[in-house]
Design a protein. Structure first.
Length: 282
């Protein structure tokens, strides 16, 4: 019987052709299984090499360095991963465990090919089965709803407890405050302080519900010359106040509005008298 990891002639491009070859393969064939060899040969390639080779990946993770690949798989990538995993399980049944050469790890090879963990591979397969083996992922019930356009999301986001957490962390900069510690402190609040937390949460919901008016007012009073951080603080009522919306969330909302334009400004520091003298001598 031939070893499943023997050298194989060059396979046609495209994982779909290799899967077709693998399905027509038998353990009595002289040549080894093409899928196992294809994944084995990818060990020397960069992580997620198969996603790159298939040419289906062209996105980057937001907030990370350019070139860092997203771990989230597209519908097509997820479908192919499930097909490869199913074919691997079928092939493995042909061999006893002691027939594999030392170091052969088909599941790890597949995870390396897609740049994910073996746990992620199993999760993708289970999700595919729960989705009735459909390629299209299930759409979230709250897709498209945000704190700016949904009262339900605002009620879920702005609660007295969450307002208390933000307030404590703002009043104690540089101090690590765990959620469980804050929960204990929140449960021990007196009625007056708890009422203040409720009022704070209600104020946040009111600000976010009228965010367009708040933004317009801030831009009018500053002639539009303001940073995202400054705009978030202005809307909150001052730098000492708890921000209902972070600068990043606010920037995403404003820049997505129709007809948005911004201009980057920078104030250059004036040279001192001594600096001017040195520049004139040059």
């Amino acid at each position: 019987m031939s070893s499943p990891l023997s050298q194989l002639p060059t396979s046609p491009q495209g994982i779909q052709h290799i899967i077709i070859q693998s399905r027509g393969w038998s353990k009595y064939d002289r040549l080894p299984n093409p899928l196992l060899v294809h994944l084995r040969d990818g060990r020397s390639k960069p992580r997620a090499w198969l996603r790159i080779d298939e040419g289906e990946y062209n996105k980057y993770e937001k907030g990370t360095k350019t070139g860092k690949m997203k771990s989230h798989l597209s519908d097509m990538e997820n479908n192919k991963l499930v097909m490869i995993k199913s074919e691997l399980e079928r092939i493995i049944l042909f061999f006893d465990h002691n027939q594999w050469p030392n170091g052969f790890t088909p599941h790890a090879d597949l995870a390396h090919a897609y740049g994910v963990s073996t746990h992620k591979v199993r999760h993708c397969v289970n999700l595919h089965l729960r989705n009735n083996c459909k390629e299209k992922r299930k759409v979230r019930d709250d897709a498209g709803r945000t704190i700016f356009n949904s009262q339900e999301v605002r009620e879920r986001t702005f609660t007295p407890y969450k307002y208390f957490k933000k307030l404590q962390r703002k009043n104690n900069p540089g101090v690590t405050l765990l959620d469980k510690e804050l929960k204990k402190a929140y449960d021990k609040l007196d009625e007056l302080t708890l009422h203040e937390m409720k009022l704070g949460a209600e104020a946040e919901k009111s600000i976010v519900a009228n965010i367009d008016y708040e933004i317009k007012t801030a831009l009018q009073k500053t002639d539009g010359c303001i940073s995202w951080k400054g705009l978030a603080s202005f809307i909150a009522g001052g730098k000492e106040k708890v921000r209902p919306v972070s600068p990043k969330t606010l920037a995403n909302y404003v820049t997505a509005t129709e007809g948005f334009r911004d201009f980057v400004t920078q104030t250059s520091p004036q040279c001192t008298t001594e600096r001017k003298k040195k520049r004139r001598k040059k």
